[in-house]
Design a protein around this ligand. Structure first.
Ligand code: ADP
Ligand code: MG
Length: 324
């Protein structure tokens, strides 16, 4: 296996508005969106990024696609350092790495018909106009939208949510990407059409051999599509491993709490819920040591003092907990 994506000590802090007290004290407060995240993804691998709202999933995905610049740390994709990517290399990267948006209603320009929506990436990439029609047809077939009447002349608002998400997918695939980040890809869709879109995404990912990151707060979705799962809490990865292992033997107390909060078929019927205290701390002032320590029912003194490293508990399964 070849590592397609290598992330080292990735950090993203967003500056926030300074209060008078901040100015007086000379402080420059920031929101910790991503803190010291490191991992590698193999070619063809499908991983899930799981965590509650605000834990840094979208920020991580945007950094990986160079839609945002990291505060520090390093991202290499196919052996190239994203920080120094420019010119023709950057253009090539934009073709190979694509984002599937969270909300298909926002993702498409409402004033473009579907033909134009699908042509847009090809126009930007400078592809020969004569190729447009064939490529559009091929992608429509792939997302099972071929032969839908006068589809290409319709505008986004004339399509259903499920149809729109298929068009969003076709648009993401039209330049032949190698790497896809799907950010909450079905969260805006009716439950009745979610499974169809997810099935399609999984099938496409397998046939095209894409490396894919699925970002979601929904364990069932991640379990369905991802072979490996990363659990994030407050800008850090607290656990990662083969999805089924993470679900059947979670090692981090946060993962345990997260799993206990949702019914997982065949896994946790008899599991005692783990009481988790309080609310998610403010991402401006993350707790010292283990970021979960003040909510963790098992915390010991060391947890407040020392940041736990992400270490291997069993092959391929890591957790950042002093007690794991
Ligand atoms: N452009 C931004 N400016 C300031 N803060 C941001 C920005 N984008 C995200 N954040 C903050 O960074 C943290 C992580 O956000 P995000 O990556 O969107 O989380 P998730 O996708 O897991 O919900 C949150 O506290 C969020 O408010
Ligand atoms: Mg998000």
């Amino acid at each position: 296996m070849v590592a397609l994506v290598a992330v080292e000590n990735l950090v993203k802090h967003f500056p926030v508005k300074r209060s008078l007290a901040d100015v007086v004290a000379g402080r420059h407060p920031v929101v910790h969106a991503v803190d010291n995240v490191s991992f590698t993804l193999d070619e063809n691998e499908t991983v899930g990024l799981l965590g509650e709202s605000g834990c840094g999933k979208t920020s991580t995905g945007r950094l990986l696609l160079k839609l945002d610049q990291p505060t520090s740390g390093r991202i290499e994709i196919a052996g190239k350092d994203l920080a120094t990517l420019a010119g023709a290399d950057l253009k090539a990267f934009r073709r190979t790495a694509q984002l599937v948006f969270q909300n298909p209603f926002d993702a498409l320009n409402p004033r473009f018909n579907i033909r134009r929506v699908l042509a847009e990436p090809m126009i930007n990439a400078g592809i020969d106009r004569r190729e447009y029609a064939d490529r559009i047809n091929a992608e429509l077939a792939r997302v099972r939208m071929q032969g839908v009447g006068d589809l290409l002349d319709k505008f986004p608002h004339q399509l259903s949510g499920g149809q729109l998400q298929r068009i969003v997918l076709a648009r993401a695939l039209i330049l032949g990407p190698k790497f896809i980040v799907a950010d909450e890809p079905v969260s805006m869709l009716d439950v009745s059409v979610r499974a169809g879109v997810l099935n399609l995404m999984r099938e496409i990912q397998e046939t095209l051999g894409l490396t894919a990151i699925y970002i979601s707060h929904d364990l069932a979705l991640v379990r369905y599509v991802a072979a490996r799962t990363f659990v994030m809490y407050l800008a850090t990865v607290v656990e990662d491993g083969p999805t089924e292992q993470v679900i059947s033997s979670p090692q981090h107390p946060y993962t345990k709490a997260l799993l206990a909060a949702v019914p997982v078929p065949h896994v946790n019927q008899n599991r005692e819920p783990l009481p988790i205290k309080g609310n998610m701390p403010n991402a401006r002032n993350p707790p010292s040591g283990c970021r979960f320590h003040d909510r963790c029912p098992m915390a010991i003194a060391r947890c407040a003092a020392e940041v736990p490293a992400l270490r291997e508990i069993e092959p391929g399964h890591r957790a950042a907990c002093h007690l794991a």
